[in-house]
Structures are given as C-alpha cells and as structure tokens.
Ligand binder design. Structure first.
Ligand SMILES: Nc1ncnc2c1ncn2[C@@H]1O[C@H](COP(=O)(O)OP(=O)(O)OP(=O)(O)O)[C@@H](O)[C@H]1O
Ligand SMILES: [Mg+2]
Length: 377
C-alpha cells in the first residue's frame, strides 16, 4: 500500500494542506505580474507553495506562462543564463519546432547552439558561446520580456535557491545588472525564494543592496495546529486507519508545527499503526525518528565550537538573560562578545533562526536531541 505522507518532495494535491491565504495571495501576484520574494527557514514549504500557486494561476489565466529555475547547483553566471534561456523558451513554446524558431529568432547578436534530444519529449537544449554572452547579457536578460510582448503573453519566472547568486564572482555587480533589466519589464514578473533565510534577508532587506524593495515580501509561517491535525486525520482515514485527537496533537507538538517533520513523524506513526494511532505509538515513532537522525546530529554538533555549544546549552535550558554575569558563569560563556559571535555563526549555519529579535532552533528534532541526549549526559 502506498504511504499517505510525503517529505522531501514537493507537496501537491492531497499531500498539501492549508496555505490558503498564501496561495491566494501568490496567485493574485502572479496574475498581476507583481514581483514576489518568499522567505522562510528550510523545509517549511516554499517550493510546494510556489508550485501550487503557479498551477492555479495558469489555470485561471490562459495568457500566463510560469517557468521554474532552480539555482541549487548553479555556481556561475554562465550556468544561470543558459538555464534562464532554456526555461523561458520551453515555457513559451508548445512544440519543439516552435522552441527552435524562438531560439533562433529572438536574439539579434547572440547565435544559439541548438540541439534536440532524441527522447520522445524532444527537449530542446540551447547553448551559447560564453564569450559572446558576456558582451550581450542584455539579450538573455530581456528575452522573456521580448517573447511576452511579441506573443501577447504574461510570464512569471520563479527562481528557487536565489541566494546562490551571492556566490557568483562579483555578486553585487551581477545583482545590479539583473535588477536594472528586470525592473524595466512590463510583461514579466519574478518570484524569488530560497532556503538560506539569513542570506535572503541580506539580499532583499539591506537598503544598500541592489534588490532592496524589489517586490512584495512574503514571510511564510509554519502550518497552524488545527490544519495539521485535520490533515493527519484525513490521510489516516484515506488509508483505512485512524488517529485519535491526542495523538494528532502530540505529533504537531513534538515537531513544533514544522511541515516537513510533521509529515515524517506522521509517516512513522502510520507505519506502526494497525487500526488506530495512539499517543503511545506517536511516542514510539518519535523516539525512533530521533534515533534515526542522531548520527547526523552528532556530525553537526562536532562542527560547533565549545563556546557555541555553551550558548546553545543556555538557550535550550530556556535562559532568558544569557548575557547576565551569573548565567554566563554557569554555562562557561566567556563574554558577551562571545554570545554575539556564537549567535551570528549559528544563524549563518542554519542552526538558529532569528525572527523579530526572537531566537529559535531551525530544526525542532535537533533541539530535542540536544536537550534530551547531548546536554543531558
Ligand atoms: N502545504 C503543505 N502541506 C503539507 N505538507 C507540506 C506543505 N508544505 C510543505 N510540506 C512538507 O514539507 C516538505 C518540504 O516542502 P518544500 O520542499 O516545499 O519546502 P521548502 O521550503 O521549499 O524546502 P527547502 O528549504 O528544502 O527548499 C514537503 O516535502 C512536505 O513534507
Ligand atoms: Mg525548496
């Protein structure tokens, strides 16, 4: 039997819950061509949300084309440009003949090298002489606008893991170039998101950076308890099992409403359930999940300095006034400078998250492991 929960993949259809307000907002932005930036910590559901909103928006507007670019392993401008061209052409051509035509006719200086795949989809791959692109980057950056105008289309370009452009050579210059073109586009909008929260914040909320105030900033929240509880119930019942109220709430509580872990823990509990899932089964599943992840947690912990660990220890213990002399002494924290240094490094490492001055752990299971295993010993 197929298991009713998924994690680590894009959540669609029955695997997708709630996010109604965010989805409606994003659909509206797509249809109105409003640039949007989505910021949230890792694995809270950015890609799933964008994917869903893109599908709905295209169903509602026949002139709209949305393409998705993932910068996950893109490390330089060249790679970025070739992906951009490829995706824009694919999203605006219905047949490969049209794709070839577009690739040939929408450039004036650049001469694309076109090859057509032999598989049944006949995907068209387009490449350029990199030296040429360097001098004619404008043509690549304005391609979508040109096609949209000519064909009477609206295009939205979604870029996942956008923060990776800060690793290109001379990122500031590159960002300036992007922004100066993109802000002139009338028929194209951009939806930019990524999972390194602190880097996204730096790119989009620092007033000295080119992308400052580029568009509508959306901060994604975790999924609220009632929706998750209903979601578990319906997925269990779809597969002929059930879960009681307390067990459902316990899953939410143990994963602190984290969407990815909610599905993972629910899955583990579901696998252990014959008929009805109970609190005992959830606890067992949780213990197994922590155990399963502990090796990874050991590896992460080994990369931390003693001062960082001492600071985490104080946080885990719920200390409010960490910079007080008494607390620093108790946790062997050397100085208040050490606290700010640890904090900055841990945020940069994606271990902690800071929202409106409030510090929290990005990974609720890691926090639990530190508390009950690592620091308890
Ligand atoms: N709306 C949702 N309903 C139910 N589960 C969800 C939802 N959104 C996300 N999830 C769960 O979280 C997981 C991660 O979602 P997704 O990949 O969309 O997040 P992300 O923020 O893009 O992650 P990353 O930071 O790794 O890019 C999904 O596989 C799914 O288990
Ligand atoms: Mg993602």
């Amino acid at each position: 039997m197929e298991t009713p929960f998924i994690f680590g993949k894009i959540a669609t259809e029955k695997n997708f819950t709630n996010r109604e307000v965010e989805t409606a907002h994003l659909v509206q932005n797509f249809k109105s061509l409003i640039n949007t930036i989505i910021i949230s910590p890792r694995r809270w559901g950015k890609s799933s949300l964008v994917n869903r909103a893109a599908k709905l928006a295209m169903e509602e507007d026949s002139k709209l084309r949305i393409c998705h670019i993932d910068l996950f392993n893109v490390r330089n401008e060249q790679h970025f440009y070739s992906l951009l061209v490829q995706k824009v052409i694919a999203a605006t051509s219905s047949k490969w003949e049209e794709a070839v035509y577009n690739a040939k006719n929408f450039f004036s200086h650049l001469v694309p090298k076109i090859s057509i795949g032999t598989d049944p989809t006949n995907e068209v791959s387009i490449d350029f002489d990199w030296e040429e692109v360097k001098h004619n980057a404008d043509e690549v950056l304005d391609l979508a606008e040109k096609i949209a105008k000519k064909k009477g289309l609206k295009i939205v370009i979604c870029v996942d893991e956008f923060q990776n452009i800060s690793e290109f050579t001379d990122p500031e210059y590159f960002q300036k170039k992007l922004r100066s073109h993109w802000q002139l586009h009338q028929n194209v909008a951009y939806c930019l998101y990524g999972s390194k929260r602190h880097m996204m914040m730096e790119v989009f909320t620092n007033s000295s950076k080119p992308f400052y105030k580029f568009g509508d900033l959306m901060f994604l929240n975790k999924i609220a308890t009632p929706y998750l509880v209903e979601f578990f119930k319906s997925r269990f019942s779809d597969t002929g099992k059930s879960i009681n109220e307390d067990a459902s709430h316990l899953i939410v509580e143990l994963v602190d409403n984290h969407p990815y872990y909610a599905q993972q823990l629910a899955q583990q509990a579901w696998l252990r359930t014959q008929n009805e899932c109970t609190v005992e089964i959830v606890r067992e599943a949780h213990t197994a999940l922590v155990e399963q992840l502990s090796l990874l947690f050991v590896t992460i912990t080994e990369t931390l300095t003693t001062q960082q660990l001492n600071y985490l220890n104080a946080l885990i213990a719920g200390e409010k006034a960490i910079s007080s002399t008494e607390v620093m002494y108790r946790y062997q924290i050397s100085s208040s400078t050490s606290i700010s240094r640890s904090k900055a490094a841990l945020i940069k490492n994606d271990i902690l998250d800071e929202t409106a001055g409030e510090i929290s752990f990005q990974d609720p299971i890691y926090a639990y492991w530190l508390k009950t295993e690592y620091f308890a010993k």
